[in-house]
Write a protein that binds this ligand. Structure first.
Ligand code: NAD
Length: 462
């Protein structure tokens, strides 16, 4: 267990509390349905039965299982694996270990995976999993036994062509190695490597997987800026950037922004943030965090709170930590020109409305952080042939994929702007709409349409 994961667990509930204080309903299923409904209004001929099918998960598996603790006692755990949709291929999504895992949260994250894979044209469906446990209080041996037992309970559910897990909160490449090993022991005589992605490179993991989400988010940002929607900001060079969360995603993104001439003026972790008007050196911040367990207190920087960080004047604000960070209670104070969602679900629907009204553009999670599942897919492909592609090849493919997805979202947005695509539903103008939908809605329209078309092309069985 790393310190950063522990911090994440501690802060999750307090953040939820703040969003709820503003009177907002942040139930994960409610939020995912609100986002879906916003997009569905623009999709012609989306029949009610299909809406129900697309909103609900295909299957929720709940398992209860015991493991023996180090002191010889026995403890029982509950785990979930949800497959939301498998129209495009096997389920794909992470497994998290966390005391606050609920089936509702797992369902909402599985849905996000369906839309993400469809948006970047990855032939996977959406899935997610979790075990309700407190990894901070468990030894490595106990975590290994939980992982192995959970994998064995899911033996009929997961598989290289059924459902492919990956790391998530509190799970790592080590967890993936245990999942692979367990599955392989239970299913000998086959190439079982593609049963799980995010494995260690020595065990069939892909080069570039760890950096994929952070790098992918920067490719998405630079491509988007080149579209000139922020007239005085056509490239990353010179942009003033704020990043919430300095973990696997945030730190990699900070370095990639810097390499392109961006100026990182503030970063944070669960303990708080640091600000430096002249810009921070992400390598030095990383070194400081490795030594001190937090970015806070780094010499020559000013300490700020996470609340202050989100409200800093900047060109780009990148949430790269937890969900529900920008909500009805603080969205009015956001002063960034562009919000780039590297985290999953960092902006609530109420905040989306406020930012939209303020003219602050939001690049949505299903677009921005799709680099992770993209390279997971490359890992899965490499595993089929027992190949290992060069890092440069992965980088080129990832960049092309992210650029294309941004281009598609932008093109669709333009079709609303120039009136090619009327703001209609079933042919009737939606008079109340005066401006094009936001980019989250556009991205969801594309993804939902793709999944719907594929569903109908396959045909409703029988
Ligand atoms: P991580 O655990 O490596 O890093 C998270 C960082 O956020 C840590 O630095 C932690 O200290 C910080 N943090 C925790 N609470 C905070 C708070 N209240 N304020 C500010 N910072 C806080 O996780 P990660 O892999 O970098 O993931 C970050 C986000 O990106 C998550 O929402 C995750 O679901 C999403 N995501 C990750 C990937 C991936 O491939 N890693 C892919 C898609 C989406």
């Amino acid at each position: 267990m790393t310190e950063k994961d522990t911090n994440k667990a501690h802060t999750n509930s307090s953040v939820k509390h703040k969003a709820e204080e503003s009177g907002e309903n942040i139930d994960p299923i409610y939020i995912s349905e609100q986002q879906f409904d916003r997009a569905a209004r623009y999709i012609v001929d989306l029949k009610k039965g299909l809406v129900d099918f697309l909103k609900k998960p295909k299957r929720i598996t709940t398992v209860n299982f015991p493991i023996e603790l180090d002191d010889g006692s026995v403890m029982s755990f509950t785990g979930y694996r949800v497959i939301h949709n498998r129209v495009f291929g096997p389920g794909k999504g992470g497994i998290r270990f966390h005391p606050e895992v609920t089936w509702e949260e797992v369902v909402s994250l599985a849905k996000l995976m369906t839309w993400k894979c469809a948006l970047v044209n990855i032939p996977f469906g959406g899935a997610k999993g979790g075990v309700v446990c407190d990894p901070k209080s468990l030894s490595e041996g106990e975590l290994r036994r939980i992982t192995r037992r959970f994998t064995s309970e899911l033996f009929d559910v997961i598989g290289p062509y059924k459902d492919i897990p990956a790391p998530d909160l509190y799970t790592s490449e080590q967890t993936m190695a245990w999942i692979y090993d367990t599955y392989d022991i239970l299913n000998p005589g086959y190439n079982n490597r593609p049963v799980v992605t995010g494995k260690p490179v020595e065990m069939g993991g892909s080069y570039g997987r760890i950096d994929a989400t952070g790098n992918g988010s920067v490719y998405a940002t630079e491509r988007f800026l080149s579209k000139a929607l922020l007239p005085d900001r056509l490239e990353i060079a010179g942009a003033r950037i704020v990043i919430q969360g300095f973990g696997d995603v945030g730190a990699v993104a900070a370095k990639a922004f810097c390499r392109r001439g961006g100026c990182i003026i503030a970063v944070s972790d669960s303990q708080g943030g640091i600000y430096r008007e002249e810009g921070l050196d992400p390598d030095k911040v990383e070194q400081f965090k490795a030594e001190h367990g937090t970015v806070v207190g780094m010499p020559d920087t000013m300490s700020i709170t996470n609340t202050e960080l989100l409200e800093l004047e900047c060109d780009i604000l990148m949430p790269a930590a937890l969900g529900n960070q920008i909500h009805g209670g603080n969205a009015n104070n956001v002063k960034a020109k562009l919000v780039v969602e590297a985290a999953n679900n960092p902006t609530t629907p109420q905040a989306d409305d406020i930012l939209h009204q303020k003219g602050i553009l939001v690049l949505p999670d299903i677009l921005v952080n799709a680099g992770g599942v993209t390279v997971s897919y490359y890992e899965w492909v490499q595993n089929q042939a027992n190949e290992q592609w060069d890092p440069e090849e992965i980088t080129d493919k990832l960049k092309t994929k992210m650029y294309k997805a941004v281009d598609e979202v932008f093109k669709r947005w333009q079709s609303f702007v120039v009136g090619e695509e009327p703001l209609t539903k079933d042919g009737k103008a939606m008079a109340q709409e005066s401006q094009p939908p936001d980019f989250r809605t556009i991205a969801l329209i594309i993804a939902i349409e793709r999944v719907t078309r594929a569903t109908l092309m396959r045909g409703i069985w029988p």
